[in-house]
Design a protein around this ligand. Structure first.
Ligand SMILES: Cc1cc2nc3c(=O)[nH]c(=O)nc-3n(C[C@H](O)[C@H](O)[C@H](O)COP(=O)(O)O)c2cc1C
Length: 200
């Protein structure tokens, strides 16, 4: 299937059949995660959770997403939060880049704030979403479906999975054979979604 056809097929699915996912498909999904772009300061880690007890514990640490416990596999997307913006020199590439993006005021606040873990999670969380979408699209190419789930109790899931201090969970990607059939996404009739060169 062409990548655009896979994207056309993708919809978020929250009901799964009780069918296990083969090891080779799991490995394909993990390879697609590996192929995602990483930043210099943010290494990714992926948990593959198939144990029912652990899945249910994870499910209970979500906001209204208990259904993730019924997915045959939950991929847990995690990041290494060792890089600490508070420990870098003023001329560090990461400090300069974050100031450019989030303003000097916000970065200086983060650099001085004592809750280091919260600060690190803030500056390092987004890139792993790219890997998560790679995984979903690879799943679709195998006629599986899934959903990105990030309204989760990160601290609790870190504990459940016994993650080391420098690794934190960021989002879940439950995957399985769909037991619901959401309508195919129609190409948006919106004409205001794109702009060329300048807004006006
Ligand atoms: C960044 C992100 C986080 C999401 N988190 C959740 C979540 O916590 N729980 C959930 O049920 N769906 C979650 N979703 C799925 C969205 O609800 C879903 O993508 C949206 O309704 C559009 O439907 P579609 O994916 O079928 O196009 C998330 C989606 C994105 C992009």
């Amino acid at each position: 299937m062409k990548i655009l056809d896979i994207m056309r097929e993708r919809r978020s699915v929250r009901k799964f059949k009780d069918i296990a996912i083969s090891e080779s498909v799991i490995n394909d999904i993990l390879e697609s995660a590996k192929l995602a772009p990483e930043t210099d300061t943010c290494r990714y880690y992926f948990g593959v959770v198939t144990d029912d007890l652990i899945k249910n514990e994870i499910a209970s640490a979500t906001l209204y997403a208990e259904w993730v416990g019924k997915a045959p596999v939950i991929f847990v997307c995690c990041t290494d939060i060792s890089w600490d913006i508070g420990e870098q020199k003023e001329d560090d590439y990461g400090v300069i880049g974050n100031k450019l993006r989030y303003t000097e005021e916000v970065v200086n606040f983060l650099r001085k704030n004592n809750n280091r873990k919260a600060c690190k999670t803030l500056t390092l969380c987004t890139p792993v979403y790219i890997a998560a979408e790679h995984m979903i699209l690879t799943a679709v190419s195998h006629n599986l479906r899934g959903c990105l789930v990030d309204f989760i109790d990160i601290e609790r899931i870190n504990k459940i999975l016994e993650l080391p201090e420098h690794i934190t969970c960021q989002l879940l990607v439950p995957i399985g054979v769909a037991d619901e059939k959401p309508k195919k996404k129609t190409v948006k009739s919106r004409t205001d979604m794109f702009f060329y060169n300048k807004w006006n």
